[in-house]
Design a protein around this ligand. Structure first.
Ligand SMILES: Cc1cc2nc3c(=O)[nH]c(=O)nc-3n(C[C@H](O)[C@H](O)[C@H](O)COP(=O)(O)O)c2cc1C
Length: 209
């Protein structure tokens, strides 16, 4: 047995703890995320778990950009300027309001992880599958944050699609932002939201009709 096979076999067989975490996880509103954020070793663990996702072709079609500390203020200012510039035709009052909201959005959580999908159209695996893998990385990051005692929220919004914001954070023209995952300590436990009716979204195909 190899070392990694031994580690797999030695993993806790009782999945109840993980199942309870998955059954209770939910997003925390970004304004409800505060200090402290994860320390360096906890963050490294979170990112390692985020990158432990199915990845057809072993392309590693994602990467992470970390936004923390004072850099958030600089990002907030630059992103606000970009919003105002890219929405110059918008009604001035409305533009000012949204510029403020978008700028502040980068200042609440102590850490924002930008998950970049670097899907390659030339690769032998479809771009769709590479993007799905980036989505899985976002989801694993949320789960890891929850399991490590932090609150998190996977957001996109205007910033995720702005060419100016892409350039600001150094994305290439082929890269996309799968999400901005805000991570911090929940100021209060979030209220539950409506959850899907599994029977309503599940069918059994029998092939008999
Ligand atoms: C790709 C993606 C992008 C999202 N972007 C936003 C967003 O920009 N604004 C927002 O309010 N919610 C957004 N959401 C939803 C939040 O993540 C939301 O808080 C979450 O769906 C709550 O569900 P949960 O409690 O199961 O985590 C997004 C979700 C996904 C999957």
């Amino acid at each position: 047995m190899t070392q990694s096979q031994a580690a797999f076999a030695a993993a806790p067989q009782d999945g109840e703890v993980l199942l309870r975490l998955l059954e209770t996880r939910r997003s925390v509103g970004m304004t409800m995320l505060g200090e402290p954020g994860p320390d360096a070793s906890t963050l490294a663990r979170m990112l390692t778990i985020a990158a432990r996702v199915p990845d057809h072709g072993v392309l590693e079609p994602w990467r992470f950009i970390l936004l923390a500390g004072e850099a958030r203020k600089r990002a907030s200012e630059r992103v606000s300027q970009l919003y105002a510039a890219e929405n110059a035709a918008m009604d001035a009052e409305k533009r000012e309001k949204f510029t403020g909201i978008i700028g502040r959005s980068l200042t609440y959580a102590p850490l924002i992880v930008l998950v970049v999908s670097k899907s390659d159209p030339e690769a032998r695996v479809p771009v769709w599958e590479q993007d799905l893998s980036a989505g899985a990385a976002c989801m694993n990051l949320l789960t890891a944050a929850h399991a490590l005692g932090f609150g998190a929220n996977w957001l996109t919004g205007w910033a995720a699609y702005s060419p100016g914001v892409h350039a600001l954070f150094g994305l290439s023209s082929a890269e996309k932002l799968a999400g901005l995952v805000h991570i911090g300590t929940a100021k209060e436990a979030p209220a539950e939201r409506r959850r899907p009716d599994i029977d309503a979204i599940t069918t059994v195909w029998t092939g008999t009709d």
